[in-house]
Design a binder for this molecule. Structure first.
Ligand code: GAL
Length: 682
């Protein structure tokens, strides 16, 4: 299935195009250069609201009509933005209460972008009118390929405490709890004298003298994600009505804490994200992009996604903005495809001459494209994407899943924990351990269908609903291998401890219970030592001791084997890693500590061996291997050399033809520095 039917089976290639920032005389050159660079899709109008509607009553679409026609003549399709990401100055002048307010009560003013509250009725009314007009005007234009709602929702302004948000929060709570007593019970308001008598006593969690009610904070995060999503849905519904059949999406930001993208993805026709790995940290950047691609792909199982933005070279918003070395942008583009993208787009087409982003790289920079190495690479990638069209519609099929839940993230990182835990750091570390071994992973919601996986890893899944716990338990009962870690399943969906020994909700499945936590911080240390009784565990864990990080626990075993024990502290000799056999083939492993990178690598290998999962091709460090599979059985193997030196990769029994060179690939594959092959397997 093609993500964008109007691209007729090609991969998407292009970027944000902001013609409203340029004299019209520049546009023909843009269109001509796009054509020669192989561009077939551009995102137009993202920040064009004030150009379209300079005053509440004056509309001008004529310039946009000309842009559409020009692009169409040059074979470039349009992903048309709804332009609602940055309201015109008149919005703040006429409706000052449409501006967002922080937890400290500070109003965020005009002058940048995103200066609106998602709950402002005036903003919403004007946004709806704009979207309806845009939708009606361009629904039938042959250049229209997709709709791009807003832009990076909540990126800069990710919660609002203004008057409209307070009213909306109360309404959201009323529909969740129905009665004020139910809310008092759910929030545990008997604690610290917080029992509410009426809805209008309730506020968003503004800055308070001490730790705010955690359940209130958690609900506010849920509400905030829903409030932005509600705005997205308002725009999407208008587009579906006036422009039926045209796919609707928006650009996500992968692991973006304020928005629950599991809920968002359900409302999107396909997912897309903006990938900005830091060229100053090449090793981290390589994994940072991979993990973002994997999440974005996983959010819509079975479907490709689009990398909606990336930088061709440097960005402008870090403290230190290094350019990408020649060839890295190409390799990163291929990496996006390797991990399931059906399109590669950039911010932006032509570098601005003024404004806050003029030092951000682009597809056409401040110098003559004919003399610009970045533009030459842009054109090379455009030509290569044409050769890779057979990939369109295919996806990556992972056998390993990492459970990830925004609600667990929000709850875990509230205040007053045994030690400050960083959900993202742990998730990234776990993912990286599999990534470095070229074991494909998906990210899944705790209540998702797990039948496609052999191994499911649940790291620090602090908050777990009963349905989520049942889902994980039945995955193991059906023969899967489950690996849960410390700080998992501690509280229910309402942030209430499940009593009787942690992890309340998974105790029976894991066959253990935890009595106390021994967080390590920087001042305490421990190691985990394999007992050596289990040969498979020993093989995968080539050394007997792994360094513990962050957290340890005092574990009691009820119905499990002990694979490793702690060597020190108050828990010397007590279980650190356990395994329970569930039914005939299922396994439930529990790891009672955090690990360093080397430790996670061992644990990932051990868990993969327990589950019988192996990489499609074993390769040396920094050589990324990924497989895309289509419904018709075609299989494309990506081999990406992230090293700045040539490598030679042994192909084992795999054979095929490299689509980039159109040459057969035999026993070994030689790749130059930052080189890549995309092999259609025989
Ligand atoms: C993104 C944003 C773009 C542009 C870009 C610069 O976050 O969506 O509009 O600002 O960053 O890197």
């Amino acid at each position: 299935m093609s993500l964008l039917p109007s691209l007729a089976g090609s991969l998407a290639y292009g970027g944000d195009y902001n013609p409203e920032q340029w004299p019209e005389s520049v546009w023909p050159e843009d269109a001509r250069l796009m054509q020669t660079a192989g561009v077939n899709l551009v995102s137009v109008g993202i920040f064009a609201w004030s150009r379209i509607q300079k005053t509440p009553t004056s509309w001008d679409f004529t310039w946009l009509d000309r842009v559409f026609d020009l692009l169409h003549e040059h074979g470039v399709r349009v992903c048309l933005a709804t332009a609602t990401a940055s309201p015109p100055p008149w919005m703040a002048r006429l409706y000052p209460d449409s501006l967002p307010v922080t937890a400290e009560g500070v109003t965020l003013h005009l002058g940048a972008r995103q200066q609106f509250s998602p709950c402002s009725p005036d903003y919403r009314r004007h946004a709806a009118a704009l979207v309806r007009r845009l939708g009606r005007r361009y629904a039938k234009h042959p250049a229209l390929a997709a709709w791009h709602v807003g832009n990076e929702h909540a990126c800069h302004m990710n919660e609002c405490h203004g008057p409209h948000s307070v009213v909306a929060f109360r309404a959201w709570l009323k529909s969740r709890y129905k009665t004020i007593d139910a809310l008092n019970a759910a929030w545990g308001c008997a604690f610290w004298s917080q029992l509410y008598a009426s809805w209008d006593e309730i506020h968003t969690p503004r800055r308070a003298p001490f730790i705010s009610n955690p359940a209130q904070q958690l609900d506010f995060k849920r509400f905030t994600s829903d409030a932005f999503l509600d705005l997205y849905k308002m725009e999407r519904d208008i587009l579906r009505e006036v422009s039926p059949g045209v796919p609707v999406t928006t650009n996500l930001m992968a692991f973006f804490k304020p928005l629950d993208y599991h809920a968002w993805a359900r409302e999107m026709d396909f997912t897309a994200w903006d990938s900005y790995p830091d060229p100053a940290l090449p090793d981290e950047g390589r994994h940072w992009a991979a993990v973002g691609h994997d999440l974005t792909r996983s959010l819509k199982p079975g479907l490709p996604f689009i990398q909606m933005e990336a930088a061709t070279s440097a960005v402008n918003w870090r403290a230190l903005n290094r350019p990408k070395p020649a060839g890295l942008m190409r390799l990163q583009s291929l990496q996006a495809l390797a991990r399931g993208a059906d399109g590669v787009m950039f911010f932006q087409w032509r570098a601005s001459l003024s404004g806050a982003e003029k030092y951000h790289s682009a597809m056409v920079s401040h110098i003559d494209p004919a003399r610009c190495r970045i533009h030459a690479e842009v054109a090379r990638v455009g030509a290569e994407l044409k050769k890779l069209a057979p990939l369109a519609g295919s996806t990556v099929r992972a056998r390993v899943a990492i459970v990830m839940d925004w609600h667990a993230w929000w709850a875990l990182e509230l205040e007053a924990r045994p030690v400050k835990l960083d959900y993202m750091a742990t998730l990234h570390a776990v993912h990286r351990a599999f990534y470095e071994q070229n074991l494909a992973t998906d990210f899944v919601h705790p209540e998702a269908d797990l039948s496609a996986y052999a191994l499911v890893v649940a790291p620090v899944l602090y908050l777990l609903t009963e349905a989520g716990a049942k889902n994980l338990a039945s995955f193991a009962a059906r023969g899967g291998t489950l690996l849960a870690t410390y700080a998992t399943g501690i509280v229910d969906g309402q942030e209430r401890v499940v009593p009787g020994g942690y992890p309340g909700l998974l105790r029976d499945t894991l066959g253990i219970w935890v009595e106390e936590w021994l967080p390590l911080g920087d001042r305490f240390a421990n190691t985990l030592s394999f007992t050596g009784k289990k040969p498979s565990a020993r093989r995968a864990a080539s050394t007997d001791a792994l360094a513990c990080r962050e957290w340890t626990e005092s574990v009691h075993v009820e119905d499990a084997e002990v694979l490793a024990t702690f060597t020190a502290d108050l828990i010397a000799g007590r279980p650190a890693l356990t395994r329970r056999t569930v039914g005939k083939k299922g396994k439930a492993l529990y790891l009672a500590t955090g690990l360093d990178a080397a430790g996670w690598t061992r644990l990932a290998a051990l868990a993969a061996a327990e589950a019988g999962v192996a990489p499609v091709l074993a390769a040396s460090a920094e050589v990324e291997v990924s497989l895309r599979e289509s419904a018709d059985g075609a299989r494309h193997l990506f081999v990406l050399n992230h090293r700045h030196a040539p490598v030679s990769v042994s192909m084992d029994k795999l054979r095929g033809r490299d689509l980039l060179t159109d040459r057969p690939v035999a026993r070994t594959l030689a790749l130059p520095a930052l080189g890549a092959a995309v092999i259609r397997l025989d």
